[in-house]
Design a protein around this ligand. Sequence first.
Ligand code: TYM
Length: 351
Amino acid sequence: RQLVFSGVQPTGNLHLGNYLGAIRKFVALQEEYDCIYCVVDLHSLTAQMVYDDLADQTRQITAAFLASGIDPKKHIVFNQSRVKQHAELAWIFNCVARIGWMNRMTQFKDKAGKDRENASLGLLAYPSLMAADILVYRATHVPVGEDQKQHLELTRDIAQKFNNDFSGRIADLDVGVEMQVGDETVNGFFPLTEPVIGGPAARIMSLRDGSKKMSKSDPSDLSRINLTDDADVISKKIKKAKTDPDALPGELAGLESRPEAKNLVGIYAGLADISKEDVLKAFGGQQFSAFKPALADLAVEKLAPVASEMRRIMADTAYVDAVLKDGGERAGALAEETMKTVRDIIGLVQD
Ligand code: TYM
């Protein structure tokens, strides 16, 4: 049985990195898999507790999913907090995972900064909730950008430790499936999830600094292309994107040590759905003064329809809320099935 799960936080503006690194992959995977796509509102509380507009931001991500082509009837789209089983399983995983594992997460180290003692417990436990999101559906494939790789490795560690700690119960209740761990075949309840990362757009960098990833939280709006930017803003940001003075190389090797050039080529490749090699075949030898306008035209061509569809969908709040409610009901039924077994495995008394 194969199932795709992924999530996006309703914090700040969705940008080109989220779109190319994640959402576009969500759309592609729908053809082959059953998919569950979640707006992870509880995760947003780890960044800040009080928002003016968390509900609207949740609807905005939902609208982005739908505008990009995710089908909420064939698949499931919902917001995390509706399905209480995520939080329940996260608590159990808090007791499976070790503090040392969480302390090693680079995202935690970045976000907590120097004053770690003062970071919220939620920020530290963030990956535990993420593992619960995935494993409460026993999802097998998770499409994400490169920055989430470490969290997915931790998800596998949690699944493996749970399977191992409870191997006797899992066997007694006969609720395990065979899986391969290294050379060994073991019987486990939770699958070891495969990350789906890759392609030219797995890590889109800031337009102002090729060493930093494009991010919702960068104070400079010029660093990112937002999904809601209009054509003029997109063109201006690409025109202002940092580059070096050389022409584009004819081959990939020529992009090493040129992070800004590499990033723009990756963005072109991601938007056009071709390889970076093919972009260089077309543009090798040309100056940025020629490449940037072509990139801007392509970005506008690909993103403008998504932005206008997003606006159209967002205007219909009742529709968006109905999608989330319906998705939440279907997700909740699946999650409860898993949790019934988890409670039995652990020995929690239930009806
Ligand atoms: P979030 O909301 O920060 O980002 C959503 C998705 O966008 C990808 N992404 C990028 N891809 C390429 N280049 C970039 N510059 C870039 N920036 C962001 C992210 O990798 C992500 O796939 N922890 C997750 C949300 C989450 C989740 C989950 C994901 C919660 N539970 C369960 C998968 C499965 C996050 O903060 O994503």
